[in-house]
Design a binder for this molecule. Structure first.
Ligand SMILES: [Zn+2]
Length: 436
């Protein structure tokens, strides 16, 4: 997605994204290090990645397969990269993403063109007008050696406390054998299996619990629009407005799966809704699709079989979010291939379909909707067996008009109002059904 863009387009993206959602931008605290540059070049046999930053940091580096990726983790940092495009494909490097992985941890994911191993990884102290630098050399390796290394521990790279400043030539190299750090437990978790639902603590018993899920975030930007709008920013502003309007009715307790620009795994979004005792789960998106003429909002529910090619394409794209964020999925059940649907899930699916119908009715009144608005596919994020769940594509960022609409606060507010009306109508239906 990023690889095909010219430098001019990328520059626009960065500028546009910076202007779009000022409110969502977290101010970098004084204590936080700031990454000020990212460069990639070829150097002898290696492809060298250099990060420049403002304060000493410890990095953890590991590789992932299928597809080949290199992940660089660090404590939470701010990002002030120069206003030029991110590094372009060169040597073994294809493209990169960066952002908050979770509170306290930032991440860079490097997509590589071939299996690689970490040749060298070291840090350099500030000198010659340069800040702190982290240098990572990637070297070509065989598929077999690459796969073998995947099982090895991650590499930890640090400047080593109060070590005196060293000349550039004597930069500190930390070999793989020393200072190893195991991968975080979250990265080793097994198959996509849901834990039993915890009894929800419900202090506001009378209020309906609605969980809103702003799609993507952090290291996963989601789709990038025609003139550079980031999906992850749109989903967050729409979700916040929806929460505001829902709470204003006094009838709902509203929780967001994320309130800032960070990454969450698909399964954790589902689990969050279940633990919160959600009576409704709404995942908000604004994707791109191949056909750029397609526009309007649309609503999706879970199904074993996709209702159409477009819904299948969207689900496939959405289900890749964990992979984009640098998560090892090799030991996980492919979530797309087989969505097992239990009886309990069947009931939630019927509820979801009812809610979807109401959503469409209300969205039609206030926003532009796509024809055949209710579509179905195997979205992993809609898999909670006991929570009625829908995914709303608020529009398509691949369409110029939709992108303009979604950048308009007035349009987003109208959309939120339509969703609030649909939620009200849905709970009324549920109450009437139980009274009978
Ligand atoms: Zn999306």
């Amino acid at each position: 997605m990023w690889g095909n863009m010219g430098p001019h387009r990328l520059f626009l993206i960065m500028v546009a994204a910076a202007f779009l959602v000022m409110a969502a931008v977290k101010t970098v605290s004084a204590a936080e290090a700031v990454v000020t540059d990212a460069r990639v070049g070829t150097y002898a046999q290696a492809t060298r990645v250099v990060l420049e930053y403002s304060k000493p940091l410890t990095f953890t580096v590991f590789t992932l397969g299928n597809p080949s990726r290199v992940v660089v983790d660090m404590p939470e940092v701010g990002w002030r990269l120069p206003p030029r495009p991110l590094p372009k494909r060169t040597g073994l490097f294809d493209k990169m993403r960066y952002g908050l992985y979770k509170a306290g941890q930032s991440r860079i994911v490097l997509d590589v063109t071939e299996p690689v191993r970490i040749g060298k990884a070291f840090v350099i102290k500030p000198d010659d007008g340069h800040g702190h630098r982290f240098v990572l050399d990637l070297v070509r390796t065989t598929e077999a050696a690459f796969l073998k290394r995947l099982k090895g521990p991650a590499l930890s790279v640090t400047a080593g406390g109060n070590a005196p400043a060293q000349p550039r030539a004597a930069a500190l190299t930390v070999p793989q054998q020393s200072a190893v750090q195991p991968q975080p437990a979250a990265l080793q978790s097994p198959a996509f299996r849901l834990a039993p639902r915890k009894p929800a603590i419900r202090p506001h018993a009378k209020k309906k619990v609605v969980v809103i899920d702003p799609g993507h975030g952090g290291v996963d930007p989601g789709a990038i629009g025609h003139s550079g709008t980031y999906e992850k920013h749109i989903t967050l502003v729409v979700s916040r407005e929806l929460k505001r309007q829902l709470e204003a009715t006094g009838q709902y307790r509203v929780l967001l799966t994320r309130r800032r620009d960070f990454f969450i795994r698909l399964r954790d979004r589902v689990q969050f809704a279940r633990e919160a005792g959600a009576e409704l789960f709404i995942s908000i998106h604004a994707d791109t699709i191949k056909n750029r003429s397609i526009s309007g909002s649309s609503v999706y529910t879970l199904s074993e079989n996709a209702s159409d090619k477009m819904a299948a394409e969207l689900a496939e794209k959405e289900n890749k979010a964990d992979l984009i964020a640098g998560i090892d999925l090799t030991h996980e059940t492919p979530v797309i291939a087989n969505i097992l649907i239990s009886l309990r899930q069947r009931d939630s699916m019927n509820q979801s379909a009812r809610f979807a119908a109401l959503l469409i009715k209300h969205l039609k009144r206030r926003t532009m909707v796509l024809r055949n608005t209710h579509r179905m596919a195997g979205f992993a994020v809609l898999k909670a067996p006991d929570v009625p769940s829908v995914l709303i594509e608020t529009g398509f960022l691949s369409n110029k008009t939709d992108e303009q609409r979604l950048r308009s606060r007035a349009y987003r507010n109208k959309m939120a109002t339509a969703i609030v009306e649909a939620i009200g109508a849905y709970f009324l239906q549920v109450e009437e059904a139980t009274r009978r």
